[in-house]
Ligand binder design. Structure first.
Ligand code: GLU
Ligand code: ZN
Length: 318
């Protein structure tokens, strides 16, 4: 059952594949402030769908870093506190399976036998972010037959998307228009190896956990359109989405684990929690100077609308 929530519910949904860096902390802080400034709740969900890359020790470090920053969560985390437990995606298979079954009943799903190389050969790169747009090779159509490969390899499952503009009002960037057919094509819900796709899992989790507001990096703007589409098909009310400028290094590249001087390990050795929060708040344009401040103090006056809708924020590699 979807939860009816009258107070804002936000979430931070890290993939435990490494230590957090300044970019992750920026998303966590702004998402926390956005709900805490309005008396809301904040969920910590562990997005450990990728068994090869996800490690419990990274999830433990993320929790430790959030505590150090003064960003407590009300629900979730590794000890699974709260009404929507479990909060680790690796423990939520049956919920994803239930949603997938509902989508299959809508007759909008179909098996896709394409291999990665086929996808690269037939798909067009998306005009703005280079992401590939699925060409619809396996999409059923009258008079068309798709022959499964002789090797018996299990197919991925895709969902058909409509060829029309959909609009949503981003809390930071304003009105967005996306044509899913042109911008991503039919997308995967479950991979051939049985792994759940991020898009399906995140929609089921945001809906069942009663999330009303998703705040995260703007690399996921197109995903918001995919997610709103799935929320609609599953009969859920989609949360509001607010995307944030990407935190980039001086080469203009989004921060990654390689920018080790901006990892939490390095940042904790140089800053106090308030020093780091003050620095990020200044960088985000919500404070006039980088003087130390706690997240709790910032929550008193925070408004998501104060975040400027620029593409990225450059931070010097120090
Ligand atoms: N697990 C995703 C990530 O760490 C975040 C997904 C989301 O916020 O929707 O990039
Ligand atoms: Zn295919």
């Amino acid at each position: 059952m979807e939860k009816d929530s009258t107070i804002p519910v936000g979430r931070f949904a890290p993939s435990p594949t490494g230590r957090m860096h300044l970019g992750n902390v920026f998303s966590a802080l702004i998402s926390w402030l956005s709900v805490k400034s309005r008396g809301g709740r904040w969920i910590l969900r562990i997005e450990d769908l990728d068994p090869q890359r996800s490690k419990r020790e990274y999830a433990e470090m993320i929790e430790d870093d959030l505590r150090w920053l003064g960003l407590p969560w009300d629900e979730g985390g590794l000890d699974n506190t709260g009404p929507s437990a479990p909060y680790s995606q690796s423990c939520r298979h049956s919920l994803y399976a239930g949603a997938l079954a509902a989508l299959e009943r809508s007759r909008l799903t179909y098996p896709c036998y394409c291999r990665r190389a086929d996808l690269m050969a037939t798909s067009a790169p998306h005009r703005s972010d280079g992401r590939i747009v699925y060409a619809g090779t396996c999409r059923p159509a009258p008079g068309k037959t798709v022959t499964p490969p002789a090797d018996g390899r299990p197919p991925a499952l895709r969902i058909m998307v409509p060829d029309r503009d959909m609009a949503f009002d981003d809390l930071v960037y304003g009105m967005q228009r996306v044509n899913l057919a042109a911008d991503c094509g039919d997308f995967v819900l479950r991979r051939g190896d049985g792994a759940w796709a991020y898009q399906l899992a995140v929609v089921v989790d945001d809906a069942l956990m009663g999330v009303t507001e998703v705040v995260r990096g703007n690399d996921l703007m197109l995903s918001a359109a995919q997610q709103i589409y799935l929320h609609g098909l599953l009969g859920y009310k989609a949360p509001a989405y607010g995307h944030l400028p990407l935190v980039c290094n001086t080469s203009g590249v989004r921060l990654s684990k390689r920018d080790s001087s901006l990892s939490m390990q390095a940042l904790r050795s140089r800053f106090t929690p308030e020093g780091l929060i003050g620095h990020i708040a200044f960088m985000a344009g919500i404070r006039p100077d980088p003087s130390p401040v706690s997240a709790a103090e910032l929550a008193g006056s925070f408004m998501l609308a104060d975040i400027k809708p620029v593409d990225s924020i450059i931070v010097p590699d120090v």
